[in-house]
Design a protein around this ligand. Structure first.
Ligand code: GLA
Length: 681
């Protein structure tokens, strides 16, 4: 994966063999007259752009009718970019079907759970399971791949665009047919499906596969396992589309890497990306900041999670914004320094490319108020100057290209199945927010200056001395065994409320919660105690819990209580526990403590593992540290999270980016990023 990324994407069309960090944007020349294209290439060169993604929304332009093809303009664009030394990440253009196709075949349009059709007029109005759409899309992919297979500007293929952004859940008849096939493959027999779905409840027993439907709008809560399976199926249906396009690209251009841009950000949860990652030649991600108190923690968290999804290998930041977006209730412009810091924070977490949506800000269309590398104001603007500066910075960071994430002592387990299942309806609370809980643990670790890796269940968990698994709701028997082994081998597991409650069929583990982890944790919970919105309880370590409490009994003599409830119905009972086994331990946090509470609790959870901050005391909190490692050395990224100047004394290494003061202490200006190189040990 790394070698393809380095040999193609990081090379650019100018053929420079030295690895470097790629820099660029989505480029939509079809929105502009021909004379602008020349200026585009000139400005791209000025900015140090090495790669652009072309043709993402060009289907209607490339194929204006069923049997009409118009490649002339794209040929010219490809040639111009190549002449300018800029590589092309060429899109398969299947993201937005043209009007002639939806008019002739309205049966490709997605349908909501309520039975409403999503009409054309925006984008991504296609059913992932429509055989008609698939046929037309694959024909387009074959035409494009055949035409540009030998073009020297081509450095990678960009499948569709943000698969699932608008069409992850389709409840159409096509979806129903495909869902049944998927269920047959998963369960084999109706008997097995009836058992898994618990259809003895509410008279739901199926006697024929044809009776099964997607969980369409129903009179009350649809069957929970049906809902969970529909989420799994919907993610798989889009993965199947990705694979179908990729197979054609691999057949025609076996040497050109294939990617598709994931959306690991905010609340995007429909696509199970850890499960998609292996279907790409390198992982790409899009990220947009959602302004708010934890916004840059969230950026760091997302970038870190992408790195986990990519198995610690380098990945591609395919899109983010130079400044404001256009799709939030209020679209806030970035402040000076944000453009560079946001970009470098992604690099700190393993991105080998920094790309934006988009190159030139549109004059028309739904995204005309979305920022770009060249704003409406033109190249004579602070924004374009910042873009040029960032291009120069990325050039100086060329030695970082290709380096991988160095494992941190702390891992945070992020599990899509638990995310999906824990937030379903008909649960003890509808207020639970899986991602929020994980982000709070991450924010608390950032505040303590402790480095942590977001990891998925596919990772080698033994790389981390401490493994935090917030709301690990779905615990199949195998995972329970893995976690037990982890603790027996000296690992320190920390988990929270509503963890270990169900198996992969969303069936409750019996005998007391958290069934699958009860013995490991040495506790037993007879009843959940969710709290009302706004309600909170006090703990005897002066933290406060909200959202959830548990009625905990200690079930093992080795289990100690780290904090009790001081108020609420469980006052006097355990709130936070730890059971030690050999060198390892398993801790349980039964309430939502929030960032401040976790920050105060975490040192007690990290201590037994001997884990603490690698930063000097004054930098713990204000500075985020990440480490990448490659043949060229260990690269330490120090990111100033604050608007103040922060000194970081005692940190040696060659300064690739940043500055030291007269005493040799590294000094980070507001929102500044420094990069040090140390020899690889
Ligand atoms: C996504 C899409 C782009 C564009 C941006 C705007 O990332 O892939 O086409 O719509 O959002 O933020």
């Amino acid at each position: 994966m790394i070698s393809t990324l380095q040999s193609r994407m990081l090379r650019g069309a100018d053929g420079d063999p030295a690895p470097r960090l790629a820099y660029g944007a989505d480029y939509n020349p079809e929105q502009w007259p021909r004379d602008v294209w020349e200026e585009d290439v000139r400005l791209m060169r000025e900015a140090g752009v090495t790669v652009v993604s072309v043709g993402i929304f060009s289907w209607a332009r490339i194929q204006p009718g069923p049997d009409i093809w118009d490649f002339g303009w794209l040929d010219e664009v490809m040639d111009l970019l190549h002449a300018g030394g800029i590589g092309v990440d060429l899109a398969t253009a299947t993201a937005s079907p043209p009007p002639w196709l939806t008019t002739a075949h309205p049966e490709i349009l997605p349908v909501t759970a309520n039975g409403e059709t999503l009409w054309p007029g925006a984008r991504q109005h296609w059913r992932p399971t429509s055989p008609v759409f698939r046929e037309h899309a694959l024909r387009l992919v074959r035409e494009i791949a055949g035409r540009y297979k030998d073009h020297p500007a081509l450095v990678a293929w960009h499948v569709s665009n943000e698969l699932g952004c608008h069409n992850i859940y389709d409840f159409s008849d096509d979806a129903a047919r495909a869902f049944r096939l998927w269920l047959r493959a998963r369960y084999g027999t109706l008997e097995a499906l009836n058992h898994a779905w618990g259809t003895a409840f509410w008279s739901q027993r199926y006697s024929d596969w044809e009776q099964i439907l997607p969980p369409r709008l129903a009179a009350s809560h649809p069957n929970p396992t049906q809902q969970l399976d529909f989420k799994r199926f919907s993610s798989d249906a889009l993965k199947d589309h990705l694979v179908a396009e990729r197979e054609i690209l691999r057949e025609i251009t076996p040497g050109v890497p294939v990617t598709t841009n994931f959306m690991v950000m905010g609340g995007t949860k429909g696509m199970n990306y850890p499960d998609w990652a292996d279907e790409t030649d390198f992982v790409s991600n899009d990220h947009y900041v959602h302004p708010g108190p934890q916004d840059r923690d969230e950026l760091s968290f997302s970038a870190n999670l992408v790195s986990g999804i990519a198995g610690g290998r380098p990945w591609f930041l395919m899109e983010h914004s130079t400044s404001a977006v256009n799709w939030q209730p209020v679209n806030v412009a970035k402040r000076p320094g944000d453009l560079a810091r946001d970009s470098l924070l992604h690099v700190a977490h393993g991105a080998d490319a920094v790309c934006f949506f988009q190159w030139r800000q549109s004059v028309a269309g739904a995204e005309k108020y979305h920022s770009a590398m060249v704003p409406h104001a033109g190249a004579d603007s602070d924004l374009f100057r910042a873009v040029v500066d960032l291009g120069a910075t990325l050039k100086t960071l060329a030695p970082v290209a290709g380096s991988e994430r160095e494992a941190a002592a702390v891992g945070i387990l992020y599990d899509w199945e638990s995310w999906w299942a824990a937030e379903q309806d008909s649960h003890p609370t509808s207020l639970l927010d899986y991602r929020r809980e994980a982000l709070d643990w991450y924010s608390a670790l950032l505040a303590l200056g402790v480095r942590a890796d977001l990891v998925t269940t596919r990772a080698d968990l033994s790389r981390h001395q401490v493994l935090i698994a917030p709301v690990l709701h779905v615990v199949p028997a195998e995972l329970a065994k893995d976690l037990t082994r982890y603790v027996e081998q000296g690992g320190h597991l920390v988990t929270t409320y509503f963890s270990g409650v169900v198996d992969e069929n969303d069936h409750v583990w019996l005998g007391g919660y958290p069934g699958a982890l009860r013995e490991l944790l040495g506790i037993r919970v007879e009843e959940f105690g969710p709290l009302l919105a706004g309600e909170s309880v006090e703990l005897d370590d002066s933290t406060r819990g909200s959202l959830w409490t548990d009625q905990i009994t200690l079930a093992d003599g080795d289990t100690e209580v780290l904090a009790h409830y001081r108020s609420g119905v469980h006052a006097g009972r355990p709130a936070v526990t730890r059971r030690s086994t050999g060198d390892g331990s398993a801790s349980y946090v039964s309430t939502r403590l929030g960032v401040d509470g976790l920050r105060s609790l975490l040192p007690r959870l990290l201590d037994p593992a001997g884990v603490s901050s690698e930063l000097p005391p004054q930098a713990r909190g204000p500075v985020e540290l990440t480490v990448r490692r490659g043949p060229g050395g260990r690269f330490l990224f120090l990111v100033n999270r604050t608007d103040e100047t922060v000194p970081v004394p005692g940190f040696d290494g060659e300064v690739l980016l940043g500055a030291r003061d007269a005493e040799g202490s590294l000094v980070l200006g507001p929102r500044e990023v420094a990069v040090l190189r140390r020899p690889a040990a």
